[in-house]
Design a protein around this ligand. Structure first.
Ligand code: SF4
Length: 198
């Protein structure tokens, strides 16, 4: 099954960055792990079903043959059935907390914000630029998404740092950790890793 196409056929919007990003995270997880694993770590079966109904109405029915079969199993064995971010769950939790601390309550309901934060956090563990791991058309849609849900956080990225790097730097600063190689970015040999085109 083409999971991404299936999700987008049922998408509440085909150009809303939030919907596109959620489709990207879900499709990547289903392609990687099948539907025997909950796609977004930190969201249980009910929350995952709610997410699908909210942003991809009818998609669960399209996925039903396998999804329905694993729902009960996944609920009972949640700790064993985790997506790729399961082994890095502390990281996911830290990122979710960072997002939750900056969410604009006018952007959506608490349930919606929870889904978005967990999806973004899982995507942050991917190997590519965040907009690519979210399967967005470009970085522009990601910046729009972040500006919509987390305007205070997005505004802190005054030097247009790469988004993943920016989030992890925020986490380090919150923990009082200093993992950077240099006292300031301007003299750091890792500059190209943190800034520049993504
Ligand atoms: S450029 Fe160097 S100092 Fe600046 S955030 Fe990246 S690693 Fe840290």
């Amino acid at each position: 099954m083409n999971f991404h196409a299936t999700l987008m056929r049922h998408a509440a919007s085909t150009d809303n960055p939030t919907v596109l990003a959620l489709a990207g995270v879900l499709a990547s997880a289903f392609e990687r792990d099948g539907v025997h694993v909950l796609p977004i770590r930190g969201l249980d079966v009910q929350q995952t079903q709610w997410l699908l109904a909210r942003w991809f109405p009818g998609a669960e029915a399209a996925l039903a043959p396998a999804w329905a079969a694993v729902s009960v199993q996944a609920s009972q064995q949640l700790s064993e059935h985790v997506s790729q971010c399961g082994s890095r769950y502390d990281e996911v939790e830290d990122l979710v907390t960072l997002f939750a601390d900056h969410v604009d309550p006018r952007a959506g309901t608490r349930e919606e914000a929870t889904c978005v934060a967990h999806a973004l956090a899982c995507a942050c563990l991917g190997a590519n630029h965040l907009w690519q791991d979210l399967r967005l058309p470009s970085r522009r849609e990601l910046s729009a998404l972040l500006g919509y849900w987390y305007p205070r956080l997005a505004a802190k990225n005054v030097h247009d740092m790469k988004w993943k790097k920016f989030f992890y730097k925020q986490l380090c600063e919150r923990e009082g950790l200093f993992v950077c190689k240099a006292p300031s970015c301007g003299v750091c040999t890792d500059y190209a890793h943190c800034f520049g085109t993504e």
